[in-house]
Design a protein around this ligand. Sequence first.
Ligand SMILES: NC(=O)c1ccc[n+]([C@@H]2O[C@H](COP(=O)([O-])OP(=O)(O)OC[C@H]3O[C@@H](n4cnc5c(N)ncnc54)[C@H](OP(=O)(O)O)[C@@H]3O)[C@@H](O)[C@H]2O)c1
Length: 285
Amino acid sequence: MIVVTGATGRLGRLVVDGLLESVPADHVVAAVRNPGKAADLAARGVKIKEADYERPETLKGVFAPGDTVLFISGDAVGRRLGQHRAVVDAARAAEVARIVYTSVLHADTTPLALAADHRGTEEHIRASGIPFTFLRNGFYTEVYAASVLQGVEHGVIFGAAGEGRVAGAARADFAAAAVAVLTREEDGDKIYELSGDTAWSLPELAAEVSAATGRPVVYQDLPHADYRQALIDAGLPEPAATMYADIDLDIVRGALSPTPGELSALIGRPTTPLRESVAAILREA
Ligand SMILES: NC(=O)c1ccc[n+]([C@@H]2O[C@H](COP(=O)([O-])OP(=O)(O)OC[C@H]3O[C@@H](n4cnc5c(N)ncnc54)[C@H](OP(=O)(O)O)[C@@H]3O)[C@@H](O)[C@H]2O)c1
């Protein structure tokens, strides 16, 4: 069986869609925190199992010997490591064949604060002895959906990333990479550093929004402290505002700019260009 955890999230749903193009539905398990959200997946023939990373008792019986598991990281940044260890322990106890984990670009060396949980999870997976594939994902371009919409509404996109560059790719590109590794034989342990083919800056993002809407949109760079405060004033809790402002400093340092081409190689096509992702964000708004 191919087991997809977090299957009711946006990445998980794209992965299940991709799997069902080449794998019979009764070979796919959606392991989800809330089975009530997975009725549509059940209707397509996918087996649904409850798996809440926060409640280890729900993780018993989710995995079986020989399974290939796509372990999609949780969203409780800073609190995830304990949750993730519980998932890995359950997978090891069940003797799964492989664990494919969605990590972060250059998890071992990146300055990104959000990478600490991923680093700890990677270490726990290595120590478990389960054959692994790490999908070290860069940023989804959709992470900038709020910035795009801010640009449309106010004509300005704010940030503290200066001319720093982000090799973003569509969430669907990262999902296609997961499908590729889940549906082929992999020998030994593998690490993929996944990012878009082209890195772009926030001024270039503003220019794309301007081109797509026919209205002037500019990027305004703020000092880190001012940007953090602007995020708080906009309603973000302080820890989240700090995290986002710090991410921009890390972008200046190049943490998200590498373009090794491993994502396009894995999916067999170029990654989705910024222009297409901006158009999709505007269409779906
Ligand atoms: N590369 C990037 O740019 C980027 C950006 C944001 C996040 N991420 C990471 O990539 C993951 C997937 O991205 P996404 O776009 O699919 O995010 P998403 O739409 O927010 O989905 C997050 C998924 O994690 C599940 N989850 C959270 N806590 C859980 C728990 N305690 N037990 C079981 N499942 C739990 C959620 O379950 P429910 O459906 O029940 O809510 C949901 O399915 C995120 O969780 C995060 O770790 C990456």
